[in-house]
Design a protein around this ligand. Structure first.
Ligand code: 13P
Length: 251
């Protein structure tokens, strides 16, 4: 059966010392507790190795927030999936709406990144989600379906089975405006149905679909109680242990 996962996305926050401190604190807070989900933290690239060295990998998985769409070579400033994996990170967040919007990541580029992540043993946490205008014009189901089809549906069933999806309605990210529990469930059920049609029941049932967008201690229990919401991708509320732990403990 699919895993429940609570993943933090620190985005471009915390210097190296602050990040290592936060990771250590989280690791301490999780020790000896019964936790009913996998816990992941998505850190900036330069934190990855130090954070991975300072947490128990049984308690905290480490994620990059991006990787290059090329394997290696003359791509100044880029960080490859192989480099990410060599730090001890096990996950990579791909297709975040901020990367699609500000860094022009297309479906094609994301397809390349997913392929390289999988080839290097990383679990992609693949983000999808509509902007407000698309929801208001009732295009949100089509938009999300296209994002999945265009970047992921050339994968074999075996490879698709290694993907974690994160539905993040763009209008809910960092705005304090969470999707209602019903809106989240409705979209997650639609996504799962899309996976059934392509890969069948077993793959669809085993795929973790996380919700992201202003998720926090106040709404996590209700969001996670939905049958198709298998956890969260948490931005702001992952930046302190006090705010992140209650989200983890919502399971
Ligand atoms: P917030 O939780 O800050 O809204 O961010 C969500 C997000 O984008 C996680 O990837």
């Amino acid at each position: 059966m699919r895993k429940n996962i609570v993943a933090g996305n620190w985005k471009m926050n915390k210097n190296l010392q602050e990040g290592v401190e936060l990771a250590k604190e989280l690791n301490e807070a999780l020790k000896g507790k019964t936790i009913n989900c996998d816990v992941v933290i998505g850190t900036p690239f330069i934190h990855l190795a130090a954070v991975a060295n300072n947490v128990d990998s049984n308690l905290v998985g480490v994620a990059a927030q991006n990787c290059a769409n090329k394997a290696s070579g003359a791509y100044t400033g880029e960080v490859s999936a192989e480099m990410v994996a060599s730090t001890g990170a096990k996950y990579v967040i791909l297709g975040h709406s901020e990367r699609r919007a500000y860094y022009h990541e297309t479906a094609e580029i994301l397809k390349e990144k997913v392929g390289l992540a999988l080839a290097n043993g990383l679990t992609p946490i693949f983000c999808i989600g509509e902007v407000l205008e698309e929801r208001e014009s009732e295009k949100h189901f089509d938009v999300v379906k296209s994002q999945i089809v265009d970047s992921l549906f050339e994968l074999s069933a075996e490879d698709f089975g290694k993907i974690v999806l994160a539905y993040e309605p763009v209008w809910a990210i960092g705005t304090g405006k969470t999707a209602s529990s019903d809106q989240a469930q409705e979209m997650h059920a639609f996504i799962r149905k899309t996976l059934v049609e392509k890969y069948g029941n077993e793959v669809a049932d085993n795929t973790s679909i996380l919700y992201g967008g202003s998720a926090n201690a106040d709404n996590a229990i209700e969001l996670f109680s939905n049958p198709d919401v298998d956890g969260g991708l948490i931005g702001g509320a992952s930046l302190s242990v006090d705010k992140f732990m209650p989200v983890i403990e919502a399971f």
